[in-house]
Design a protein around this ligand. Structure first.
Ligand SMILES: *Cc1c(COP(=O)(O)O)cnc(C)c1O
Length: 430
C-alpha cells in the first residue's frame, strides 16, 4: 500500500499541530504507524490522499449512520448555505429540530443545542448541579463523556477513593467532585450514595458503553440505578452522544426501557456537522438561562448549516423506521461471519454487539466492565488493525472503540470484511 502522500502530510502537520492531529486517537499511537490523510468519502467507503480505498467502519467516530455524504444531507446543506452561514439570532429550523428530537426521544421535553458532545455533557452536569443545589457527581470507570476537566478522572484504589486526574491541567479541586463507580456494579453506587449522602447531584452513564469497547449495561443494574436516583433525588444523565439515534430512533433508553432525567447527544444528531444537544425533564431544563439562572450559551449553537444537516438526518430516521431492522440484520451478519472465523482459528475472543455498534476484544474472557475490557491484548489488536487496513478495511485505530455499521454497508462490503478478518486473524496468530 502506497502511503507516501499521507506520510508527507503527517510530517508537515506535526510542525504546526500538536502531534499532527486535531484529536489524539486519530494519530494511530495505540496501534503504531502513521495516520492516513483522508480526501473523500462516499457511502460505505473513503479514499486517502494516495488514492487507497477503504471500507470505513468508524464513520467519523459515530455520526455517519447513513455512510458518507448521503444525498439528503448534502441537498439540505446546499439549500441552507444559500441563505447564510450564521445569524446569531433564532431560526425556524431550530424550533423544528427541537420538536423532532422530543418526538423521537420521549424523555426529552425540552432541549438545548450545542456544538459538541463535550459541551452537551458538561452543560448537563451543570444543569443537574444547578437544579439540585448539590456539587458532586458519579461517573463510571471506562465511560467517556468528552474532555471537560471533571470527566478526565480515573479510579484510585477503590470505589470510595476520590478521583485522581488522568490529565495534567486538571486540578485536584475539579477531581474532588467526581466520584467513580464500577460499570454494572450496583454496590459501588450504593457505597458512594451512602458515603456522600445529599451531596450527589448527578450520575452520568453511557447506557451502552462504547468507549471501553462496546459493553452493554445489565438490565437489573440500570433498573436499580434508576430507583436509587429517584430515592436520593439524584439526576440520572444518560450520555447518548454515541448511542443516540444509533441503537434505536429513541437511543439506548428505548432499547433498555429506562427513562433518564437528562440525556446528552452528539455525533448522529449533527448529520456530520459539529452538533451536540442536551435535554430532558422540563423542570430541570427550565433552570437553563434565560428561563432560569443556570448559565449556558454558544455563539454558533443552533447554527443553520449544522441544524440543516442534523434535521435532515433525524427526519430521515423518522421517515424510515425500518433502517434499524436493516442495521441489525447487517450487523448480525457481520458478527456471525466474525464468529465463524474465530472458531475456525480456534479462538473464543469476546465480541460485544448492540445493534450497529460492535467490538472484538482480544481476550477470551467475557467483557462486561472496564476491568475485563482492559484484559484485551492491545498489541494483538494493533497487528489486527494493520492487517485489516492492508486489506482495505478501516477500523478504529485503538482497541477500546466501537466498530460502526451504516446503512451504506452492502453485503459485498460485509463479505469482503469477513474475508479480510479471516486472513488477518490467520496472519497475526501464526
Ligand atoms: C464522543 C463522545 C463524547 C464527546 O463528544 P465530542 O463531540 O467528541 O465532544 C461524549 N460522550 C460520549 C459517550 C461519546 O461517545
Amino acid at each position: 500500500m502506497n502511503i507516501e502522500t499521507s506520510k508527507k502530510l503527517f510530517e508537515e502537520a506535526k510542525k504546526y499541530i500538536p502531534g499532527g492531529v486535531n484529536s489524539p486517537v486519530r494519530a494511530f499511537k495505540s496501534v503504531g504507524g502513521d495516520p492516513l490523510f483522508i480526501k473523500r468519502g462516499e457511502g460505505s467507503k473513503f479514499w486517502d490522499a494516495d488514492g487507497n480505498e477503504f471500507i470505513d467502519y468508524i464513520g467519523s467516530w459515530g455520526p455517519h449512520l447513513f455512510g458518507h455524504n448521503p444525498h439528503f444531507i448534502v441537498d439540505a446543506l446546499k439549500a441552507a448555505i444559500e441563505n447564510g452561514t450564521s445569524f446569531g439570532a433564532p431560526t425556524s429550523l431550530e424550533v423544528e429540530m427541537a420538536k423532532l428530537i422530543t418526538e423521537l426521544v420521549p424523555s426529552i421535553e425540552m432541549v438545548r443545542m450545542v456544538n459538541s458532545g463535550t459541551e452537551a455533557t458538561m452543560s448537563a452536569v451543570r444543569a443537574a448541579r444547578g437544579y439540585t443545589g448539590k456539587e458532586k457527581f458519579i461517573k463510571f470507570e471506562g465511560c467517556y463523556h468528552g474532555h471537560a476537566d471533571y470527566f478526565l478522572i480515573k479510579a484510585g484504589s477503590g470505589a470510595l477513593t476520590l478521583g485522581v486526574p488522568t490529565s495534567p491541567g486538571v486540578t485536584k479541586g475539579n477531581a474532588a467532585d467526581t466520584l467513580l463507580a464500577d460499570y454494572n456494579d450496583i454496590n459501588s453506587i450504593k457505597k458512594l450514595v451512602s458515603a456522600y449522602k445529599n451531596e450527589i447531584a448527578a450520575v452520568i452513564i453511557e447506557p451502552i458503553a462504547g468507549n471501553m469497547g462496546v459493553v452493554k449495561v445489565k438490565d437489573d443494574f440500570i433498573k436499580e440505578l434508576r430507583s436509587i436516583c429517584d430515592e436520593e433525588k439524584i439526576v440520572l444523565i444518560f450520555d447518548e452522544v454515541m448511542t443516540g439515534f444509533r441503537v434505536a430512533a429513541g437511543g439506548a433508553q428505548e432499547v433498555l426501557g429506562i427513562r433518564p432525567d437528562l440525556s446528552t447527544f452528539g455525533k448522529i444528531i449533527g448529520g456530520g456537522l459539529p452538533v451536540g444537544a442536551f435535554g430532558g425533564k422540563k423542570e430541570i431544563m427550565e433552570k437553563i438561562a434565560p428561563s432560569g439562572p443556570v448559565y449556558q450559551a454558544g455563539t454558533l449553537s443552533g447554527n443553520p448549516l449544522a441544524m440543516a444537516a442534523g434535521y435532515a438526518a433525524l427526519k430521515h430516521i423518522k421517515d424510515n423506521p425500518g433502517i434499524y431492522k436493516q442495521l441489525e440484520e447487517r450487523s448480525s451478519y457481520l458478527e456471525k461471519g466474525f464468529k465463524t472465523n474465530l472458531s475456525a482459528v480456534g479462538k473464543n475472543y469476546a465480541m460485544n454487539r448492540v445493534g450497529s455498534m460492535m467490538c472484538i476484544f482480544f481476550t477470551e474472557d467475557n467483557v462486561d466492565d472496564f476491568k475485563s475490557a482492559i484484559k484485551s491484548d492491545t498489541i494483538l489488536y494493533g497487528k489486527y488493525f494493520h492487517e485489516m487496513l492492508k486489506r482495505g478495511v478501516y477500523l478504529a485505530p485503538a482497541q477500546f472503540e466501537a466498530l460502526f455499521v451504516s446503512t451504506a454497508h452492502s453485503k459485498e462490503d460485509l463479505d469482503k470484511t469477513i474475508r479480510a478478518h479471516r486472513e488477518s486473524l490467520e496472519f497475526i496468530l501464526k
